[in-house]
Ligand binder design. Structure first.
Ligand code: ZN
Length: 59
């Protein structure tokens, strides 16, 4: 059975995980309430609005 020759270094595994960490701008939509970019199908982090009404408390 094929087995990796070397243990994956901390650096390598961290680099791999870091590569897909950040959300791309392409899957962000503008909030109609405040104009802030947010993830689609998620309440806006800034104003707490989703689908025209406030769903989460934001101060
Ligand atoms: Zn908003």
């Amino acid at each position: 059975m094929a087995v990796p020759k070397r243990k994956t270094s901390k650096s390598k595994s961290r680099m791999r995980r870091a590569a897909n960490w950040k959300y791309k701008a392409s899957n962000m939509v503008e909030c109609p309430q405040c104009g802030e970019f947010r993830r689609p199908h998620r309440a806006c982090k800034k104003c707490g609005y989703y689908n025209g009404r406030q769903v989460i408390e934001v101060e």
